[in-house]
Design a protein around this ligand. Structure first.
Ligand SMILES: C[S@@+](CC[C@H](N)C(=O)[O-])C[C@H]1O[C@@H](n2cnc3c(N)ncnc32)[C@H](O)[C@@H]1O
Length: 344
């Protein structure tokens, strides 16, 4: 057992630091002096650690003592990060190609690319205290559903920013077809929210729907968003999150493929507090997410024939399977959906 407590390098946030050697699977011998109590451990590394085998032995990793496998351990601090933010090219050619966006809108609803489309947003927007004339920043505005809804129903001015040129092209096309008064209240812009610069204390509300999952450095982003809000201004965000447990390989692969950075709802709330927000509310909305997904499927499935005429059987299957997988991931506790409210 003494060997277990030797100091060995451990990879933490990209730096090598000295830490205790961690156990891996396999049965450990009984601790000396305590006969007969061998500890049978499931073949996995300790909870709250992600582990990867290192095939080359060149990366900063170390052999696990009991099984002698070479492993690299990384402390899980409530985040699952892919480190680099999704690039414009990655978004425009993968998840948000023009075809994918229009296909998503067939299940989310026209001008919506997020959970529950207009119905969900209508319910959530009631919480924001919007008043005519307010200035709203919509971070990752997509094809503009929220901007159109807020400007039309609450008389606010909306500045929508999105990294995907496909999203903004579609949003602008739609805006051009709207009445003149609406056109004067909404502005859409292509921009990476981690790079754009806006004036401090210039927005009454900063709003974002299912977007910040694409951004790993949430800490810096939320500090910036806090500064852009007027004193007393409000932040309102919904975002994909993850459950507080060890994750299935399927879920880890999904997050990696998509390039998401997911936090637990609790850890996410802490990020907001540490960014300087007050009155932070971090609400686990996974049950609502599940019922919205079920509802979306219920209304989408009967449109199969019309959908296939415009797209294909394969596209239909991808959507339906994608929604079913989200349901499985949520029920298994891997995936979660959070709502965050805070004040500057
Ligand atoms: C799931 S969609 C949600 C769109 C919209 N909020 C809605 O409710 O329909 C996520 C959006 O985030 C945008 N996005 C991702 N990374 C971004 C970044 N760094 N800056 C601005 N927008 C980003 C994507 O292009 C995409 O439009």
């Amino acid at each position: 057992m003494a060997a277990h407590r030797r100091q060995v390098p451990e990879v933490r946030r990209g730096r090598i630091v000295m830490g205790l050697r961690r156990r891996c699977g396999r049965t450990l011998p009984p601790p000396s002096g305590r006969p007969g109590r061998g500890r049978s451990l499931a073949p996995k590394h300790p909870p709250r650690y992600l582990h990867f085998c290192c095939p080359s032995l060149t990366c900063p990793s170390f052999p696990c003592l009991p099984c002698n496998k070479h492993v690299k351990v990384k402390r899980d601090r409530g985040s699952m990060s892919n480190k680099a933010p999704a690039s414009q090219e990655f978004l425009d050619t993968n998840q948000y190609s023009r075809k994918s966006i229009l296909r998503y809108e067939r299940i989310f609803g026209h001008t919506w690319v997020s959970t529950g489309g207009e119905a969900t947003s209508k319910d959530l927007l009631i919480k924001m205290g919007l008043r005519p004339g307010m200035r709203v920043l919509d971070v990752g505005c997509g094809t503009g559903g929220s901007a159109f809804y807020m400007a039309r129903h609450y008389g606010v001015h909306v500045h929508g920013v999105d990294l995907s040129t496909n999203m903004i092209d579609i949003a602008k096309d739609r805006l051009n077809r709207e009445e003149k008064y609406l056109q004067s209240m909404i502005k859409f812009e292509v921009g990476d929210i981690t790079k754009v610069q806006y004036d401090n204390a210039s927005y009454d509300i900063i709003y974002s729907r299912d977007t910040i999952l694409h951004i790993p450095n949430k800490e810096d982003l939320y500090r910036t968003l806090q500064a852009w809000l007027k004193p007393g201004g409000k932040l309102f965000v919904t975002d994909y999150c993850r459950g507080d447990q060890e994750h299935s390989q399927e879920f880890l692969d999904y997050v990696k493929r998509r390039g998401y950075d997911l936090r637990t709802v609790k850890a996410y709330g802490k990020v907001l507090e540490e960014a300087g927000f007050k009155d932070v509310q971090a609400v686990d909305m996974t049950p609502t997410f599940i019922s919205v997904l079920q509802n979306e499927l219920k209304y989408f499935e009967p449109t199969r024939d019309a959908f296939i005429q415009d797209y294909s059987e394969k596209d239909y299957k991808e959507i339906v399977d994608g929604w079913r997988q989200k349901l499985v991931r949520c029920s298994a506790g891997d995936q979660a959906w959070g709502m965050f409210l805070a004040t500057r």
